[in-house]
Design a protein around this ligand. Structure first.
Ligand code: PMV
Length: 325
């Protein structure tokens, strides 16, 4: 009743922004991401008959706060699915996701947790079912079950049974890279959960966001298929700006950007004018991720590092889906 799994984080090119069901974590819109090789979590789950509660260690330290509650609530769900409600687990997770890089380590974290727990319980489930379960731990994590380009289908059912990820193209389809630009100071964060809720409830731009998704998805999938970097990059950048625009019109309004975020955005647009094909995207935080092709890696890294307020630039290739160790 013990298993270890490894999962990579992912970066959304078409963002998941807004839930139609908060407790089941059902999104308003489909989203599409690239799984990243450079950032991952490994998790060991062992169910032990003598335990009276779950315990969770992150990077060798016992966790007791809300992070523990999220892990334990998720284990409860998996236990219930397996019909073993009274079996508790010891969980050890190691994050190879620099928190400063501003990637949601919850994506790799919940994907690795779900995969390890399902295997430890001998659940014979396919990746689609695993993705459906993972979604209930953290939405974006359901995409990390698969490698390469992945779409999360929002689904239509009220019980969430058809809301899961599907693979679009494997990691080796196309060598497209992502640079995580780490900023030296991070602004106070509105958690994605709170940010989404406020936007859905109050932003007059929100319905336009939802309406614009099907076209963005069609276009970007076409670009991925044909390896059209300019097309994929331009749609990802525009989709990111649209998502962030919805937050500016929320009540009270908010933004995840600070001055260095905007400096990096401008620098990327200027790099493009000078002939380097690069496009940015930003999640629910101030850090910027830049999409580029391998031939531009050195120039791009150097240019990004020179921007005042940039602390580091960490690059990554496309990554694989979950694996078991
Ligand atoms: O799954 P969460 O709660 O970490 O939300 C992720 C939301 C964004 O990162 C902003 C977009 C996305 O699709 O990953």
């Amino acid at each position: 009743m013990k298993a270890t799994a490894k999962a990579h984080t992912n970066i959304a090119l078409i963002k998941y922004w807004g839930k139609r069901d908060e407790s089941l974590i059902l999104p308003m819109n489909n989203s599409l991401s690239l799984t990243l090789d450079g950032f991952y979590t490994t998790t060991t789950v062992e169910f032990k008959p003598d335990l009276t509660d779950d315990c969770f260690y992150l990077d060798d330290e016992a966790v007791v706060d809300t992070q523990y509650d999220r892990v334990s609530n998720f284990l409860k769900l998996i236990r219930n699915y397996a019909g073993k409600d009274n079996l508790f687990a010891e969980v050890h997770s190691t994050n190879h996701v620099p928190t400063a890089a501003g990637f949601a380590s919850s994506a790799s974290g919940f994907a690795a947790l779900a995969a390890a727990a399902a295997r430890a319980l001998n659940l014979n489930i396919d990746d689609k079912t695993l993705s459906t379960l993972t979604r209930q731990g953290s939405g974006s994590a359901c995409r990390s079950i698969y490698g390469g380009f992945v779409e999360w289908e929002k689904g239509e059912q009220a019980d969430g049974s058809d809301s899961h990820a599907v693979p679009i193209a494997p990691a080796n389809h196309w060598d497209i890279r992502v640079a995580a630009v780490v900023l030296s100071s991070n602004a106070k964060k509105v958690l994605s959960r709170e940010g989404m809720k406020r936007t859905v409830e109050t932003s007059p731009f929100y319905s336009s966001w939802v309406d614009s998704i099907p076209n963005d998805l069609n276009q970007i999938k076409d670009g991925i298929k044909n390896k059209d970097f300019e097309k994929v990059g331009a749609i990802a950048e525009m989709n990111c700006l649209k998502m962030h625009a919805t937050t500016l019109a929320a009540n009270p309004p908010f933004s995840y950007w600070h001055d260095t975020t905007m400096a990096v955005m401008h620098a990327v647009q200027e790099l493009r004018e000078s002939g380097i094909s690069a496009y940015f995207t930003i999640d629910a935080g101030p850090n910027v991720k830049v999409l580029y092709l391998p031939g531009d890696e050195n120039t791009l890294k150097q240019s990004l590092r020179e921007i005042p307020g940039v602390h580091d630039v960490i690059v990554s290739k496309a990554g694989q889906g979950i694996s078991y160790l």
